[in-house]
Design a protein around this ligand. Sequence first.
Ligand code: PEP
Ligand code: MN
Length: 632
Amino acid sequence: MILVLKRGLGPKEKEGLMDLLRSENYIIKEIEGVEEVILGVVGTIKKDIRYFETLPGVAKVLPVSKEYKLVSREMHPTPSVIKVGDVFIGGDRLVVIAGPCGVEDRKRTLEIARVVRRHGAVLFRGGAFKPRTSPYSFQGLGEDGLRILAEVREETGLGIVTEMTSTGQADLMMKYVDVVQIGARNMQNFELLKCVGRIGKPVLLKRGLSATIEEWLMSAEYILSEGNDRVILCERGIRTFERYTRNTLDLTAIPVIKELTHLPIIVDPSHATGIREKVSPMARASIAAGADGLIIEVHTEPDKALSDGPQSLYPEQFEQLMRDLYVIAPVVGKQLDYTYLEKAAVMKPREGDSRHAHRIVYTGPSGPFSHKACEQFFGTDVPSRSVASYREIFDAVQNEDGALGIIPVENSLSGSFHENYDLLLEYDLRIVGELTLRSVHNLIGFAGAAVAEIQKVYAHPEVFQQCKEFLSRNSQWDLVAVQDSATALRRVRDSNDPREAAIAGKDMAGLFRMTVLKEGIETNPRNFDRFVVISREPFLDGPNNKSSLIYSVGNKPGSLYATLKIFAEKNINLVKLESRPRTGKPWEYLFYADVEIDIYAEEHRHLLEELKEKTEFLKLLGSYRRGFELES
Ligand code: PEP
Ligand code: MN
């Protein structure tokens, strides 16, 4: 059950209450609420609900309706993000785990690890203990295999995911592994579940061959009830009457799991299909359906693989899949980050200093999505702060050691944000990264509220602008401009009035325990913002493959053409060119250009000189990595 505590309850009273409940053998979980304190109480509840209602400090008691308690959304309304080293599973950044089915030998395993790392995988898979249908098939290398996996981590920095098949392997798992996989055949091996619950490493819990979603969640409950809440669910196909594919991928499980539990879910399209050619389509579908990541079998010579060769992707197929996912991810509000591990290394707290090497500065009021952009680019665990204006971001980055700023520079519908280009001209900072984010707006209010009854709507003014068409169909609404979406939702919640609503991203509804009344109310669904990261110093090591510049040319025939010719002759891709009037100089224009090269590279020195010659004014804004390529 869930106990909502009285507002303003002191820490001492809260501890007292928790001690009392613990003494009655309940498991107590503090649940994150926006402003109130909430306790989850799990165990065999023998007493009447009224007993709990009368405990000191308790305001309200809510029973949890499901058989599984700790894994339920009721206990934890926001999604759990599971940390594995530098990788966070369940956040806005997709996590792709890749590697062979089994660890076969050192050379091959390292070769595959390098390949998947290069194409953007952030964790490595490979079985050392293989549960095979036939006792005569390859059973895995055991501890020797684990040693090879440890070497993979050492060399590539990829964390290791491997299967544990018996409780006797617990010490080995502690020694060598980052995520313990519980295979489909062991999903209901309760001794094994209790064991991984106790060893406390993150657990990848695969769905059983014929397990219902409820049985699967009950298995997860076993692990959480032992005190380990770092569980990642993995849908890997179930057994149906269909025999064309090895299993039937239950894509429906993704949204169902998202509704029932706070635990992240990833998909294994390799075991789900058993057929190489079917893996990528199902992987793409899984991400589109909302999965937090994928676990994929990849092999450099699948024909020679000792297990699951026919379903293992060739490196080129894996590379192509990752490029596709890079494009799909923003549509569903996520990112595939090819520089995930490099960023984590650069962002870490400094040696001998608990502070992170960098702090991120963004502006909340300017757009509700800046914070999301910040989390998608840097992850959820880095310190960030919101300031009141774009100029303050530039000031902070210029004056504070290690500060990085994130600013929008372009919208797919309305073009460049000139204010930020002007600031980029004025300050001597450089662009060191980029990110694209889709903005989806929703009307959020109280559960059961009717859109037809709404009278007052809160949002940031820019959001009203982007939802103009929907709002014009409801012109009787009183629109109240507020500084950000959290303020909008707080105002609605505190009003306690079902005729009030806010416009914000979906995540905010969960956080405030409110409901999406109308989804996707932005005028055009292809509403993408491009953000850039600004810094005083270089950020990630190269090679960079994209650069931004601003220039102007003289007012004579062919002058713009002369600059473009320089790029054309060298076969350099120009991915953006926009002109805008120069402030204070009527009929003179500035050109914003993005080119797909590292303009600072030695090989382009000559190009740069030519460009200087053909322009009246030239400023390089920075060189950075285009999102989808790790190495050129
Ligand atoms: C595996 O991941 O190689 C494996 C054996 O998976 P599952 O337990 O899903 O069959
Ligand atoms: Mn396999």
